[in-house]
Write a protein that binds this ligand. Structure first.
Ligand SMILES: [Zn+2]
Length: 418
């Protein structure tokens, strides 16, 4: 554990050095390209700094609500804050607005309130710290905010629980700034099957679900298939008139679990013009990790329960207490996974469908284990280093880190003609 922590500190140190490089951070899009700036050619840090980097999924909005964390400071725990985001060269963060259905209901007033309070927290973040954040809803917003050296804050609804089975609520959330939604998280909704429960094995989209997808297309809200069942995935592919995305998923061909996408699915998603954003969570990217994790979960069950019992706060705080123990024990008991494994998934997608259909969706602050050399947003330059080492060009890297998602955002923003 001490060895691993030392590695992390070294990487963070490298990140600190990064932000002191002249010309970095404030001139996205305005810096000269490689051919005009030969000194930058092949230099991972220059390439990383110049690219527009968009992370499609982090769960930090819950920390804003449940822990009242101040993202302007370097936090001693978790995987995300503004200080580390700057070190990592991040330009745009999609904050997941996640409603845990077991705690807040799969619909109804509490689910709506839980989503709304997280959205309010993201709005407040941008309002309180305009020097660091600005709320964004379009690709142009992201480009402009990145060029100003600040971070674009965007939002996506994870699981459609908060629309409460009412079509008009899709527009309500669009108006609040939400720019993507998935039909379900690990628990199926009445209208979309999840990969995480039994019912999802036979549930795709019902008629209302198809209506939701068409309404998202009309409004310009991206359709996210991460967490959905195979049946729901295929129903979405056959319903959506706009590009479809996976905001945080891996490849089933490498890590065989229902939560990941098969090659056939990746090909179909790419045909819509969409993007698979590769998740950083070891369980979803490392073969065999899930089985080992199940064993560890059994070993630490008593410890986890004790932490939950001893926590005097509400259900959300009890979950936090359990997750803290899990994170500590996974680090001690499970083998380290590296950024190289993330790039294996990127490679696989590129080989299947080309460079235009892959991006990144960390799932930071929603996961209890992280790659050893990508343990927080500050370590994002290590991803660029590995992509360069594997022979990706600067143009390819721009696409992977955010360019492909900017293209999808623009496409989805266009009004439907019919
Ligand atoms: Zn998720």
């Amino acid at each position: 554990m001490h060895v691993r922590r030392a590695v992390v500190l070294k990487i963070l140190g490298a990140g600190l050095f990064l932000i002191q490089l002249p010309g970095c951070g404030t001139t996205k899009n305005s810096m000269t390209n490689n051919s005009e700036n030969p000194r930058a050619a092949g230099d991972p840090l220059s390439i990383h700094r110049r690219a527009i980097i968009i992370d499609m999924h982090a769960d930090t909005a819950q920390r804003l609500v449940d822990e009242n964390v101040d993202l302007q400071n370097r936090l001693p725990d978790g995987q995300f804050d503004a200080v580390r985001a700057k070190e990592g060269g991040l330009d745009a963060q999609f904050f997941s607005i996640w409603v845990e259905p077991e705690l807040f209901g799969g619909g109804g007033t509490r689910a709506i309130q839980r989503a709304d309070i997280q959205i309010e927290a993201v709005h407040n973040l941008a309002a309180k710290h305009p020097e660091t954040w600005e709320l964004a809803t379009t690709a142009d917003d992201v480009r402009r905010i990145a060029a100003s050296g600040r971070i674009a804050a965007l939002m996506g609804l994870e699981g459609g629980y908060a629309i409460d089975d009412k079509i008009e609520n899709v527009e309500r959330y669009y108006q609040m700034g939400v720019r993507y939604m998935s039909g379900a998280w690990s628990v199926s909704t009445s209208w979309a099957g999840s990969s995480g429960d039994e019912i999802g094995k036979t549930r795709g989209l019902n008629d209302f679900g198809k209506q939701v997808i068409r309404e998202m297309n009309r409004l310009g809200m991206m359709v996210d298939v991460s967490h959905l069942s195979d049946k729901a995935f295929w129903d979405i592919i056959n319903t959506s008139a706009k590009p479809v995305i996976a905001t945080h998923s891996g490849c089933r061909a490498i890590t065989d679990m229902p939560r990941n996408l098969t090659d056939e699915m990746i090909v179909a998603l790419a045909k819509t013009g969409g993007v698979v954003n590769v998740i950083f969570y070891p369980e979803h990217i490392e073969p065999g990790y899930s089985e080992q994790k199940k064993k560890v979960d059994a070993e630490i069950a008593t410890l986890v329960q004790r932490a939950s019992d001893e926590e005097k706060g509400d259900a959300a705080h009890k979950k936090l207490a359990r997750d803290r123990v899990r994170a500590r024990e996974y680090l001690k008991r499970l083998p380290p996974v590296s950024v190289s494994r993330i790039v294996d998934h990127i490679d696989h997608i590129v080989k299947l469908v080309g460079i235009d259909h892959v991006g990144i969706g960390s799932d930071f602050d929603g996961i209890q284990a992280v790659p050893a050399d990508l343990s927080s947003v500050a370590d994002l330059p290590n991803l660029t280093k590995e992509l360069l080492r594997r022979g990706y060009s600067e143009t390819d890297i721009d696409k992977i880190l955010g360019g492909n998602m900017l293209r999808v955002m623009e496409e989805v923003e266009k009004k439907l003609t019919s």
